[in-house]
Design a protein around this ligand. Structure first.
Ligand code: PMP
Ligand code: GLN
Length: 389
């Protein structure tokens, strides 16, 4: 969380997880699943440990994983990828950081949509670059959309080296359409920018609207760098199995940076995950269905709070509740009050914004709640919202 003096403290997720435990509240904050990975994945991974995959993996990742990711992208999204275009990273977080360090020149600009995942500004600061943002705003009907006029203005004004797109978007659950992405591609071309795409919620769509990878929708796909991970789709956020997909030269440049971050990690998990990605497991579809049913419990319960504006997410783990019609408190004060009085903890959305930006003001009294928690926690959270109503 960036403090008013510009310094960076512990992540808001870490802070809120501790706070929920301290006050004994239901933790609907951090997007960490309360449900387990498939048993088969545990088996394939333990077998990999027994089979001797316990020392450093190759810097690019085990070939089996690189091939499995390429196959998964083709099968799920019709994205044509060669294994030498894939790089294993310690979660999407390391992939994003390594890509930003490799592709953002010192003093260069990166444009991201706001609210944003909190590792972006830290990676940009480490690269010596500057973050510019374009707000994603509520549409007044439970959905969201980017401010496209502001997007055009910012791109022309700062001529960024990178445009960072997170689709499906955390925390709004907005999914960029193929047309939206083509527009971003044209903007990138006009200033010769990379498009860095964060797709960690790619599998977790909650309606019929599917995920479209920017590398598929953007004509000049050579300028797109795709980042994703297994954490959300397979309920293994602690394993940190992620990947970057880019042309082999760009992949090599990102790998050059990545080798001095972690060098390599998660050897046996890479093998276990490779077997699952290339097999015929139905787990991801089941996980999506289960997440949908948990969303159907929590989101209507939030709606019982009179005058609260509750989002209808298209994808991901979260709903955003805007309390501004009910109170003058800001999201931090309100989250504190709701934790102490009603045992409910979420993530204040302004913590995912730049201090004082238009998005920060828009989400001043908005709190993000996760429905990826266990069924018991989601039920408990729903009951607490109903009592609040
Ligand atoms: N990007 C977004 C938008 C996220 O919500 C998260 C949180 N998981 C990440 C990146 C980080 O993913 P990983 O755990 O694979 O590093
Ligand atoms: N991505 C998760 C979220 O948005 C949290 C990851 C973390 O704790 N750093 O809640």
């Amino acid at each position: 969380l960036t403090k008013p003096d510009g310094s960076i403290g512990e992540t808001i997720y870490g802070q809120m997880t501790k706070f929920a435990a301290e006050v004994g509240a239901v933790n609907l904050g951090q997007g960490a699943p309360g449900t387990e990975p498939p048993e088969e994945l545990i088996t394939t991974t333990t077998e990999a440990m027994r089979d001797g995959f316990n020392q450093y993996a190759p810097g690019q990742g085990f070939p089996r994983l690189l091939e499995a990711v390429a196959a998964q992208r083709r099968r799920d999204f019709d994205q044509h990828v060669a294994p030498n275009e894939v790089l294993y990273t310690a979660g999407a977080t390391e992939g994003l950081t390594a890509a930003i360090l490799a592709l953002l020149p010192r003093g260069g600009s990166l444009v991201a949509f706001e609210p944003f995942y909190d590792s972006y500004p830290a990676a940009i600061a480490a690269a010596g670059g500057t973050l510019h943002t374009v707000p994603i705003l509520p549409d007044g009907h439970g959905g969201f959309g980017p401010d496209w006029e502001e997007f055009d203005r910012v791109i022309a004004a700062v001529e960024p080296a990178i445009i960072l797109v997170n689709t499906p978007h955390n925390p709004t659950g907005f999914i960029f359409s193929a047309d939206d992405l083509a527009q971003i591609g044209r903007a990138a071309e006009s200033v010769d920018a990379w498009v860095l795409s964060d797709e960690v919620y790619e599998q977790l769509t909650l309606t019929d609207q599917g995920h479209v990878p920017p590398a598929v929708a953007i004509e000049d796909s050579a300028r797109v760098v795709t980042v994703s991970s297994a954490g959300k789709s397979w309920n293994v956020t602690g394993w940190k199995i992620g990947w970057v997909i880019a042309s082999s030269e760009v992949r090599q440049a990102i790998q050059t940076v990545k080798q001095f971050l972690s060098f390599t990690a998660g050897g046996p998990m890479q093998i276990g995950m490779a077997d699952m990605l290339s097999g015929d497991s139905q787990f991801v579809a089941e996980n999506r269905a289960s997440l949908r049913s948990r969303a159907e419990v929590l989101v209507p319960a939030c709606r019982t709070v009179p005058d609260a504006e509750v989002s209808t997410p298209l994808a991901g783990y979260f709903t955003v509740v805007d309390y501004s019609a009910l109170t003058d408190l800001d999201a931090f004060e309100l989250n504190d009050l709701l934790a102490r009085e009603y045992s409910l903890v979420g993530i204040p959305v302004p913590a995912l914004c730049r201090l004082g930006s238009p998005a920060y003001e828009t989400y001043r009294a908005s709190i993000r709640y996760s429905f990826c928690k266990s069924e018991a926690d989601v039920d408990k959270g729903a009951q607490l919202f109903t009592a609040l109503g």
